[in-house]
Design a protein around this ligand. Sequence first.
Ligand code: SF4
Length: 248
Amino acid sequence: MRYYHSWSGGKDSTAAVILDHIHNLPSSTIVFSEVMFDKTRNISGELPEHIDFIKNKAIPIFIKWGYDVKIAQADKDYITEFHTIIRKSNIPHRNGQKRAFPLGGKCSINRDIKTKAIQDFFKTIDGDYIQYVGIAADEPKRLERLNGTNKVSLLAKYGYTEQMAYELCQEYDLLSPIYSFTKRNGCWFCPNQSYAEMAHLKKYYPYLWRELEKLSQENNLVTQGFKYNATFAEVNAKVDKIIKEKEV
Ligand code: SF4
């Protein structure tokens, strides 16, 4: 039997790797799915401080512990997805227009890029395998969905709640720096992130915010919606207000 960690760098999947290490479980491979914003310019879709943590801190430690680590990337990136021309919509006027920003609650980036990279990776595996997933002992609904699958939660096995996973990562100095300003781990262009998270992005990584602004100014977009129904300009105004208020 082979074992694989689906690892995002978030506290739960990182704590699962730490538990694997502590309990000296049979050898496993760690798989990280990296969403790319623009593959041509090598711009990751992960927050800069998170991808730095992944590549320059966590992965070297895991390798030192004896793990094999794979970074999976889909063929597509955010830029490709944004510019894909809609051809088969049931709403005729949408056909011929660019897909534009991903829809909050129905993110095509998750389906076509993040999950796709992992699925494609597992298609290359011959034979049976177990997939370790970062679901905590206090997430009963998510755990229930693992029944009858090849997915296993090491956090549940060893009785680790989300809070305990956080503390375990802290103890091993393997807590991503994103947790200093957010509770969630996601792409920097995510429509589901809060306005405060977007303000963090614009303040500390204005060049990434500018990328989104430039896209919002393109023509032939199927929608101007950037964060649910709010346009980029509307979101930008709110974000500026938050940045200003924090500076006062
Ligand atoms: S974090 Fe947001 S943008 Fe990224 S895949 Fe998930 S829902 Fe989509």
